[in-house]
Design a protein around this ligand. Structure first.
Ligand SMILES: C[S@@+](CC[C@H](N)C(=O)[O-])C[C@H]1O[C@@H](n2cnc3c(N)ncnc32)[C@H](O)[C@@H]1O
Length: 386
């Protein structure tokens, strides 16, 4: 089946799987260069709404393919990269399919469990710890709603060090219910965020500002709970509507992880806009009963996506400018840190702004070799406001 067929009508899953695939591809190669083992944990494994009879379009299959690629790369170099996976799924039918898939895998140690995540935390920790000191865990949390992964309950998974986490936060659902007066709903949000602080954070806000506040509050709690240095978020838009479907929240302790995640996010945004163009054309054609003369990309209006990009790039641009004007001299690494944790902002944007400020004579770069045209991370470069 083609990618279009596998993801038709669920293009948001294509974007999620694309980011997961691109990230794990690089992650596994990088981690394999200094660790003997990768322990991959899919806490809401599915399979769920898959079209492929081989489950090729499930997150666990996609991740395992990439982990195997890295294993093959290191095997060619005469090294063994051990793969270990913990796949968790609460639905019995889905679990049976998951288990049948796992039974076909010979080159990785796989443990499948049929229960809810919050009841399996100790067992996941035992499995991760059994990987030994040379093992690096990656935790993927991909729920259907906002319950079942309360911050306090997943805290021990976030604290795994070394370790990284990718969480799908269902912004679209959360946005609709966040101000519900229902006590049970409010308790479920307190569990999700790990405190009631989010209520003050979002009070009086609407639209994108409310989404931003929600994500920032959640990201701050992930960062604090896990002791992470960086938490980034990527926006995944609804295929047919101009609104955010969910955010992928990625947490790491290493700037290299941020670099790789941001590259995956940047590439995924082109994939997302192309898939949204197809989905929106399909919807128009179904409604009108007529086939359009031009291709979906020619007819697509990326205005909403572009307005979001403008929102985040101008926000970060102004923040960096204020920092520079206030502190006068800042390490490029520090500016990079505060820029790249925002969605839809990339290092290429930062370098473009710096080029403009240099052209205007407002900024100079300190610590740069004569042949280095732009500042680089981990090179001792400073930006000086003049
Ligand atoms: C969004 S789907 C996962 C999709 C999958 N990660 C993928 O991308 O291919 C969520 C899955 O988690 C399962 N699930 C729901 N609540 C759960 C819980 N509390 N613990 C474990 N699994 C759960 C559902 O049955 C469903 O299969």
């Amino acid at each position: 089946m083609s990618t279009e067929e596998l993801y038709s009508g669920r293009e948001q899953t294509l974007v999620k799987h694309y980011i997961l695939e691109k990230y794990i591809e690089r992650f596994a190669h990088i981690i394999g260069s200094f660790c003997q083992t990768i322990t991959y944990v899919d806490c809401f494994a599915g399979p769920w709404n898959v079209y492929s009879p081989n489950l090729d379009d499930s997150s666990f299959s996609i991740a395992l393919r990439q982990l195997r690629e890295a294993k093959a790369t290191y095997a060619d170099l005469g090294r063994t990269l051990k793969l270990r996976c913990f796949f968790l799924e609460k639905d019995r039918d889905a679990f049976d399919k998951l288990q049948r898939f796992a039974a076909t895998v010979q080159d990785a140690e796989i443990l499948c469990r049929n229960c809810e995540l919050e009841a399996a935390i100790d067992e996941i920790l035992q499995f991760v710890n059994a990987g030994g000191r040379g093992s690096f865990p990656f935790i993927f949390i991909d729920p259907t709603g906002w319950s079942g992964f309360g911050m306090d309950r997943i805290g021990p998974l976030l604290k795994l060090n070394p370790g990284e986490v990718l969480i799908n936060l269902m912004t679209g659902h959360i946005r609709r219910f966040i101000e519900s007066p229902d006590e049970h709903t409010q308790d479920s949000f307190k569990a999700l965020f790990g405190s009631a602080d989010f209520q003050q954070t979002v009070a009086g806000l609407s639209g994108i500002h409310r989404d931003d506040a929600l994500i920032e509050a959640y990201a701050a709690n992930v960062r604090k709970t896990g002791g992470f240095n960086y938490v980034c978020s990527a926006i995944v838009l609804h295929p047919e509507k101009d609104r955010t479907h969910f955010h992928l929240i990625y947490a790491t302790r290493d700037p290299k992880g941020v670099e790789v995640f941001k590259q995956a996010e940047k590439k995924a945004m082109s994939v997302m806009e192309a898939a949204r163009a197809d989905a929106q054309q399909r919807k128009r054609q179904t409604k009108s009963g007529q086939t359009e003369l031009f291709g979906s990309d020619a007819l697509h209006h990326p205005g909403y996506y572009e307005s979001l990009r403008e929102h985040y790039t101008s926000r970060v641009h102004d923040r960096v400018l204020l920092l520079l004007q206030g502190q006068k001299r800042i390490a490029y690494d520090d500016i990079w840190d505060s820029t790249l944790t925002e969605p839809l902002v990339w290092e290429s944007d930062l370098k473009e702004w710096i080029k403009e400020w240099i052209t205007k004579g407002e900024v100079r770069i300190e610590g740069r070799e004569p042949k280095e045209r732009t500042p680089k991370r981990e090179h001792g470069h400073y930006l000086v406001w003049q």
